[in-house]
Design a binder for this molecule. Sequence first.
Ligand code: NDP
Ligand code: 8X3
Length: 252
Amino acid sequence: MSKIALITGATAGIGEACAYTFAREKYNLILTGRRADRLEKLSAKLIADYGVEVITLEFDVRERDIVIEKLESLPAEWKKVDVLINNAGLSQGLDPIQNGKYSDWETMIDTNIKGLLYVSKVVINWMIENKSGHVINMGSIAGKEIYANGNVYCASKAAVDFLNKGMRVDLLPYGIRVTAIHPGAVETEFSEVRFHGDKERAKKVYDGLTPLVAEDVAETIWFAASRPAHVNINEIVLVPTAQANATTFFRK
Ligand code: NDP
Ligand code: 8X3
C-alpha cells in the first residue's frame, strides 16, 4: 500500500514542488489550495507522469468549518496520512508597524497560524489513531530573526516555530514525527503576493543573487521525510549561498 502525503498550498511554489517530489517517490497525494483549476491540472499531470493516486480538495485554510468538513469528507483509507506538509502561507505587505494594514495582518495571522492549526488538529488526530505520522511545518528564516518591516509576517512564522516545538512535545507519546523547515529567499509567487501583485517590486527582491527555487525546499522536505522511522529532524534552516541570515545578502 502506497504512503499518503497531504500537502496544503499545492497550487504554486514550494507546495507544488513537493507534490512532484512526493509523486516521484510514489506517494499518493491529497493536494489542497484555493485555485481549483491549478489543482486539477497538477493532479492530471501527476497521475499521468507518475501513476500515483491524487485527491484534490479546494478550500481556504482560514475557513475553519470548511477545512474540517472537507478533510473529514475523505474516504477512510485516505485518512491514513503518513506525511502532512503544512505549507499554505503568505506574506502581505512590508510596512513599518505604525503603517501596517489591518487586513494584511489578519490575512497573515489567519492563514499562517490559525489555518495551519485547523488542518493540523484534524490530521494529527488521524495520525494518533493510525499510531504513526510525520507533520512538516513550513516556517521561515523570518521566524528565526526579525527584519525591518517584517513585523507581523515574522511574528506569524515565529509562531509556527513554537507550534512546531509544541507539537513535537505533545505528540512524543504517539511516535509522530514533527519537523520545521525554515527557508530564506525562495523565488516563487511569494513576493508577488506580498506586494499585492506588483511584479516589478517582487523581482527586485532577488536582484543580483541566485535565490533558492521551490525544488530546493521540496528536496529538503523529502530528506526529512525519508529518514528512518527512529530519526526525527527537528528543524532545518536553508538559505541561498548569497544569503547569510535574514538581513544580510551578497548582491553582485
Ligand atoms: P507561493 O505564493 O508560491 O505559494 C503559496 C501557496 O499557499 C499557494 O499554493 C496558495 O494557494 C497557498 N495559500 C495561500 N493562502 C492560502 C489560503 N488562505 N488557503 C489555502 N491555501 C493558501 O509561495 P511559496 O511557495 O513561497 O510559499 C509556501 C510557504 O513557504 C509559505 O508558508 C511561505 O510563508 C513559506 N516560505 C516562503 C519563502 C519564500 O521566500 N518564498 C521562504 C520561507 C518560507 P492558493 O492561492 O491557490 O490558495
Ligand atoms: C520568506 C522569506 O525573508 O522574505 O519567508 O521573509 S523572507
